[in-house]
Design a binder for this molecule. Sequence first.
Ligand code: FES
Length: 508
Amino acid sequence: MIARDGANTSLWQDTAAFQPGQQVSTDTVFDVLVVGGGITGLSTALALQQQGKKCVLAEAWTLGFGTSGGTTAHLNNFFDEPYYRVSKHFGPDNARLLATAAKEALTAMERNISDYQISCGYSRRPAYLFATDAAQAEELERMSEGTQDAGVDMAYINESPFPIPYQRIAQLPGQGQFHPTQYLHGLARAFESLGGLILEQCAVHELEHRGQQINASTDRGILKALYAVYATHIPPGVNLVHFRCAPYRSYVMAFRLRSGNYPQALGYDLADPYHYYRTQEVNGQQYLIAGGADHKTAHEDNTERPFRELEACVRQYFDVASVDYRWSSQYYESVDGLPFIGQLPGNPANVFTATAFGGNGMIYGTIAARVLSELITTGESAYKTLFEPARIKPAAAFHNFVSENAAVIKSFVAGKFAAESIPGLASLAAGEAKLVRMEHSRIALFKDEAHRLYAVNPTCTHVQCTVAWNQAERSWDCPCHGARFSPEGKVLNGPARKPLEPVQITGL
Ligand code: FES
């Protein structure tokens, strides 16, 4: 079983974890330190190692622990940010450039699968976008025009492989799908076979710059490198990009169907938030994988509700025999709809990042590998300007976005408390969490099924927002920039670097 950043296990993480070949740190000065063992980190490390760079990949947990193990792995040449909006904000040439990036990423994945014989259930599939009402039909029309203008095939058709009613439906041929952790493990094996070093359980804490060299303090001592890449979903620390991204949660369920009638295609409605569907065979069993019910991180009081909503939506159209897996996953949206890939603003020139992939993590992670490896090996990339993290965004988009990140609430510092002084503690049930407000303090409490009590200061260690409980994944989630913490306060997701402060409760 692959460990993950939440209490639920995804379909993809219900499999053996990767076993790195070597788990010892060395005194070598590497060319590149890649931080993070998801799609971006592994693809980038492999691309650089292929080009003769000597790389080390450091992962704080295990490969596929985070969003790459919780994705639904739709491999598309279209994006959550439709081409017509990219064209409007960045110009038609850049919309076509984005389409080229997606096409090249799909080809790069196919090449990896073929060159390294990665068995990951990969197949090409058509995608279907369905409009279920008049407003969605108008949006579909805009999307269709913009997509074709960008050079991507999209055409209206009159039939659907999905039993979901629609007003209009369009098909995009040549999309892809695979089992994401099998693909990640294949990349990891290829990286190691080329001499790359993978260190799991190796959180990177700080980068110290000594001339051209970076000395990274990690759980396994100092790692030295000439370049560093933060492939950590969002870079740690406090950075410009944190204020230009918003974190969201998406919900996913894997179903077995009575009929055995699994649509062999990718499907999307145009609701807001939209629902997405596909099928994958895993260990001889077909699953319908459906996702949706997204919300901003820590902006849903009851995180069981989105699962109920998603399941009800699927049961409306499919003859569900069983729900075999359910999990939620995090993604970041940028202010202008495009990711940030390149040099990390406010850092020396040899520090890079890739973030804000929206719901298109597999493709953007692969695009990032190309862009970052080109920037590191040559200093240039055809995509450098398009994805530049320090770019100026379209003003209109930025205006809307500011309110997205305005949920900063000051919390008070906690410390040491007598149990009898904490309101509601005596009535806290097993499996329940509470944010207790006292006169000068707040305490985040969780009691597990064994009646063990976890008490932490709810002030996020990133920039001091107050975390909220995520019951479905049993984590404390920050509404501001998406840091997530385990009940005992360990960092599950950045950008926070430090755990939540423990609170001592006496007299229990
Ligand atoms: Fe930024 Fe919590 S993630 S304040």
